[in-house]
Design a protein around this ligand. Sequence first.
Ligand code: ATP
Length: 299
Amino acid sequence: MEIRIQNLSKKYKDIKALNNINLTINTPAMIGLIGPNGAGKSTLMKILVGQLIPTEGDVLIDGISLSKREKYLKERLGYLPQDFGLYEELRVEEYLDYMASLKGIKRNRKEVIKRVLITTNLEEKSRIKIKTLSGGQKQRVGIAQAILNSPELLIVDEPTVGLDPEERIKFRNLFSEDSIDKIVILSTHIIEDVESICNLIIVINKGKVLFIGEPSELVKKAIDHVGVIEVTGNNKEKFLERELKGEFKITSTVITPTGTRYRVVSRNLSSSFEKVVPSLEDAYIYCMLEGGEDKYVFV
Ligand SMILES: Nc1ncnc2c1ncn2[C@@H]1O[C@H](COP(=O)(O)OP(=O)(O)OP(=O)(O)O)[C@@H](O)[C@H]1O
């Protein structure tokens, strides 16, 4: 599958949620879509699944406009929205059966449901009413419905929210294994999730793509922009003032026997800092610093 996003913009009244996005994605890809709150991630995902119509531009699925691909996409898409409504009165298996019928799954429906119940560790809960499940278990039901049709394109908006660490690891591995022959787009704020499974990162902010590429390329861009420094008690206030003035962004603070050790990301790192190897999180912050101003785009 090829997804080609062309000059895509979306306006909600006077808010430009997406501002002239151009991207091409091909199978296979395990994509991490990251960006701060309000960056436009959900809007982009909703357009990709045909739930929202763009104000300008188009999305081509295998060369044909999304607007003419409704059935084609429905058969190949799995989607877990950020706020998915579950039918609380239904039992888990009834809900999955209903979702399977909406997706047009007729053959082996029982087996298909059983398979996703096993995959999402919900077998024991299959006869339980959704309203009595915990938040994390409901999230698993959401993931289960998204993978019912073994989709070629799996779009998941913050899928690991509410899951405990073990479950998070399990699900990110599931998405990753699934991406061998498909496109998985995973929107998240959890950089660790992206780091461990994604081979492509798309960073967006204020509706613009700031970066697209491999995680290692993003990290490379932050080399020489990340440093640490130990600040003693008397100098702490002055140091923190420098952050307020925008000289750098503190990404970690550790109290030491002699003062405080800060890790910072800066566009122009002063020589007073000891340079360190950037993490993906540092690189993301650096990307935000560079791309936060309209005059500079990182791609
Ligand atoms: N239905 C809507 N009506 C008006 N404005 C909207 C609507 N949906 C989103 N927006 C605005 O569009 C912008 C992008 O929102 P979007 O939900 O796509 O961001 P996001 O990156 O998914 O954020 P988050 O990480 O907080 O979920 C924000 O400024 C948001 O307030």
